[in-house]
Design a binder for this molecule. Structure first.
Ligand code: FES
Ligand SMILES: [Fe+2]
Length: 397
């Protein structure tokens, strides 16, 4: 899957005004959200050289459980093998390219529908009709394996990378895991596995900030969880831009506040949280594609993946302790909170769609970012560092 390094199709100096180093900062060039050439460059610069999230380990708890996912042009299978390990392998048959499985399910082996080549749950070919059942000396079954991505689990999240030279994920996220330890994320579970849906906009549009909250969501979220800008703290401990960690806290007006029709959490508060944790919602982006929201009663996560310059996949999941999931009133409260937040979600989708349309116009420009958009400034720095590294690697190639 290693790709040739390529130079940025947008002159790399153009990014200087989007890089925050004390002065005015402007948004990325609109072509970063629309251009096919830039998309190819970015797939190298960011997605081929970083750990990214592909879901939750406890969405596939049993041997043989699997789901499929697409990153860029690469269809992948995430599958639990007999030893209990999770493998992320290409879903592309190594015979003549057919996709081996679709959706999600449980299987003892990966069997291609077209000519019945069979791979085990580690991606190794075990049989190929017409080859393995004949004495073909030139064919060695051990030579064929589904390409496998390097994979690590962090706090129950499955991460993978195509870059064998990257330091272990634990080097990057270990400190964040410590800071969030009271939430016991690896033990939390969603009532349903994550579902990713396709959308018609660039993956970077999902990057979250709270400058928009009191405007776009003024009468939806704002009526449930009042949000003067003083309640948004962008200088929280979770920030570590070098490691792609960008965050802010929403400080609650009272303990256990939440954006629901009651103004408070609807499920029980999680055990073991500090008073400060009971009084805040922590938004932590793990670049490039995961947003964790730690709340007093649950941890939500939002995950997105690129599938094209103007297309992406997006999914949202809410995770709870087992004791909450087992309550008789869980489903009822879950549905109420979902209904409370539906208008907020619709507003976000409206804005994301609309921004993509705007970026495609010849009149799209690079607007000045405000001091309330530190999240975007930090994410831009992280991205631009990747763009510069790829661009100069291509110079050296
Ligand atoms: S393409 Fe998969 S077995 Fe032929
Ligand atoms: Fe929003």
């Amino acid at each position: 899957m290693t790709k040739k390094t390529i130079k940025s199709p947008i002159p790399i100096a153009e990014f200087d005004s989007s890089y925050s180093d004390g002065g005015a900062v402007y948004s990325l060039p609109p072509e970063c959200f629309t251009s096919e050439d830039f998309y190819q460059f970015e797939m190298n610069a960011v997605w081929s050289h970083e750990w990214f999230c592909v879901g939750r380990a406890n969405d596939i708890p049993d041997t043989g459980d699997y789901y499929t996912i697409t990153v860029g042009d690469d269809p992948l299978v995430v599958i639990r093998d007999r030893s209990g390990s999770i493998n992320v392998v290409s879903n592309v048959c190594q015979h003549r390219g057919m996709l081996i499985v679709e959706g999600r399910g449980n299987t003892r082996r990966l069997r291609c529908p077209l000519h019945a080549w069979v791979y085990n749950t580690q991606g190794e070919l075990t049989s190929a009709p017409g080859l393995t059942d004949k004495d073909d000396e030139e064919f060695n079954v051990k030579d064929v394996c589904l390409p496998k991505l390097r994979t690590e689990i962090w706090e129950g999240f499955i991460f993978c990378t195509q870059d064998e030279s990257l330091p272990p994920l634990s080097d990057r996220l270990g400190n964040l895991g410590e800071q969030l330890r009271n939430y016991k994320m690896s033990e939390l579970r969603a009532p349903e596995p994550l579902e990713m849906e396709p959308f018609d906009w660039n993956w970077k549009i999902f990057n979250d900030e709270c400058y928009h909250c009191s405007f776009l969501h003024g009468s939806s979220w704002g009526d449930m969880f009042p949000l003067p800008q003083s309640n948004v703290d962008e200088e929280v401990k979770f920030n570590d831009v070098g490691r792609g960690l960008v965050s802010y806290n929403l400080i609650s007006p009272h303990k256990d506040a939440a954006p629901t029709h009651t103004g408070s959490i609807l499920q029980p508060a999680m055990e073991g949280l500090t008073d400060a944790e009971r009084s805040q919602l922590s938004y932590v982006t793990v670049a490039p594609n995961l947003l964790i929201v730690a709340m007093p009663d649950k941890v939500k996560y939002f995950m997105w993946l690129p599938t094209g310059a103007k297309t992406s996949l997006y999914g949202v999941s809410w995770m709870y302790p087992e004791s909450t999931l087992q309550r008789d009133d869980f489903q009822d409260n879950f549905q109420k909170e979902h209904d409370d937040l539906w208008p907020v979600m619709e507003e976000d989708v409206f804005a994301w769609r609309s921004c993509q349309v705007g970026f495609q116009s010849q009149h799209a420009t690079r607007g000045r970012l405000t001091s309330d958009e530190k999240v975007i400034q930090r994410l831009q720095n992280w991205l631009i560092d990747k763009y510069r590294a790829e661009d100069s690697a291509a110079d050296g190639a």
